[in-house]
Design a protein around this ligand. Structure first.
Ligand SMILES: Cc1cc2nc3c(=O)[nH]c(=O)nc-3n(C[C@H](O)[C@H](O)[C@H](O)COP(=O)(O)O)c2cc1C
Length: 451
């Protein structure tokens, strides 16, 4: 039995579109094609809330996958994530149908502007009663650049330099209103106290923002900051800013090393490592028996996915057109060096597949989903055992759970795995707080004056 003091954080890894992280998921008979309706997202939110999840979190990409062969045709035909809805609206409708669950959305520091992002998340934080979180990403490829009038995506480290400024400006904007600024004095005719509302006057290399924000200080003080940097530069960025971190480590040993390294970096930045939770993306496939779960996973990994859909997504994430390479081409170090997208991903995949030479066909045929993370496959007890091993083995503080198909996979986790974790006292059986910061045990930030 685990001690009741330290409990897992659980987050649902959602997509506001037609496919989960399993590229062929839309073909499964139990998949609901409700992704263009508000009630679908509301139902998912309520399901996760029934399971006391800390948050439902949506990933995002600002373009269709169009790098492979220079065309979006394969992505459209094969359903390789061609649909991505606007997340602030999706989360707005979920906020109206739920009470407790945190609401996280991915917004890009490369293509949005600090004022827009600060305003969107402060608004969501108000309307949801303190449940908003922003996943800070620098974006990955040229297709996204081209939708925003830029030919080429910025270089990797330059993106993070820009993101640092972006965060300084955004957090600065959130701090332009002090608590208690709103007076609402009808008789005296004073709406708000101007001594508690400040300009920002931020001047950086990339951004210049005058402020103040047009949204008063929100219930959480600042919305929660999520991040998933995995490169050295990305980990330092996360150490400075992140309040919850997502990782994509394939095995427990890699995850342990990452956990230790990242927590040390957080301490070096003068922050309390225990206050920043690290959650690996985990694939959970639950079945009535182990064999049933295995069979289900194989359906999603192999039968439903076209290898071309894998290559389309691989090209997108790596910002590299793999269509010019023969399927038997080896994936060499030189090749990996020449890509500008998420390099660590192919390195991890190579390690995972093993053997002397890994070819493009191996990558394409290996899996229907290209993000890395542990695979917890089996009965509810077996899945809970594996989660417990990671959680108690200094490898993580909880999980971002990816679904094979929706809403079924989350219904399985909530009905079968969550009660098992609760029995072991590894997870809450009711919400004790109201805001996402309270669920996560995060302090409400004080206003910092930058002037
Ligand atoms: C669980 C998880 C979710 C992610 N979601 C997104 C996303 O929605 N959009 C995006 O552009 N990148 C996303 N990423 C990629 C990260 O933001 C980051 O670019 C990646 O982990 C590589 O790290 P690096 O940028 O430090 O090299 C995600 C990563 C993980 C592990």
């Amino acid at each position: 039995m685990a001690s009741a003091e330290r409990q897992m954080s659980l987050v649902g890894f959602m997509q506001a579109g037609s496919t989960t992280v399993y590229a062929g998921s839309w073909r499964h008979p139990a998949t609901e094609h409700g992704y263009l309706s508000a009630s679908y997202y509301q139902k998912l939110g309520r399901t996760l809330e029934e399971g006391c999840f800390d948050m439902m979190f949506f990933d995002d990409r600002l373009a269709m996958p169009g790098i492979y062969g220079g065309s979006v045709a394969d992505a459209v035909r094969l359903g390789a994530r061609p649909v991505k809805l606007d997340l602030s609206i999706v989360l707005g409708v979920v906020a109206a149908a739920t009470e407790h669950i945190g609401l996280g959305a991915t917004y890009s520091t490369t293509y949005y502007s600090p004022f827009h992002v600060a305003r969107t998340f402060a608004t969501l934080d108000h309307l949801s009663g303190g449940r908003a979180a922003w996943n800070v990403v620098t974006s990955v490829n040229d297709s996204e650049a081209q939708n925003y009038g830029v030919k080429m995506h910025l270089g990797h480290d330059e993106r993070y330099d820009r993101a640092d400024e972006f965060l300084e400006a955004t957090t600065g904007l959130w701090d332009t209103w002090e608590d208690g600024a709103l007076v609402h004095d009808r008789a005296g005719g004073v709406f708000a106290d101007p001594t508690k509302v400040h300009a920002l006057d931020y001047e950086g290399e990339w951004f210049s923002v005058r402020g103040p924000l047009t949204v008063p200080r929100s219930p959480q003080g600042r919305p929660v900051l999520l991040q998933a940097g995995s490169s050295g530069r990305g980990r330092d960025f996360a150490a400075r800013w992140a309040e919850l971190l997502f990782t994509g480590d394939p095995g427990i040993d890699v995850a342990r090393a990452h956990y230790k390294d990242q927590k040390e970096r957080i301490a070096e930045h003068g922050r309390d490592p225990a206050s920043v939770k690290m959650l690996p993306m985990a694939y959970t496939v639950v079945g009535e028996s182990h064999a049933h779960a295995e069979e289900r996973e194989q359906t999603f990994l192999n039968e439903l996915v076209d290898p071309l859909a894998s290559l389309t997504l691989l090209s997108e994430l790596m910002n590299y057109d793999f269509s010019g390479l023969a399927l038997d081409s080896p994936i060499t170090d030189e090749l990996i060096e020449s890509v500008s997208g998420i390099r660590g991903l192919v390195q991890n995949l190579r390690q995972h597949i093993g053997g002397e030479t890994v070819t493009l066909a191996d990558l394409a045929g290996h899996r229907a989903t290209l993000l890395q993370g542990p695979r917890f496959v089996g009965t509810a007890t077996e899945v809970a055992d594996q989660m417990q091993e990671w959680f108690e083995g200094d490898a993580c503080d909880g999980f971002v759970i990816a679904a094979t198909h929706t809403p079924g996979a989350y219904e399985d986790v909530v009905r079968l795995v969550v009660p098992e974790l609760q029995r072991r006292e590894l997870f809450r059986d009711r919400y004790t707080g109201h805001t996402l910061r309270e669920h996560l045990g995060l302090a409400r930030p004080q206003v910092v004056h930058h002037a």
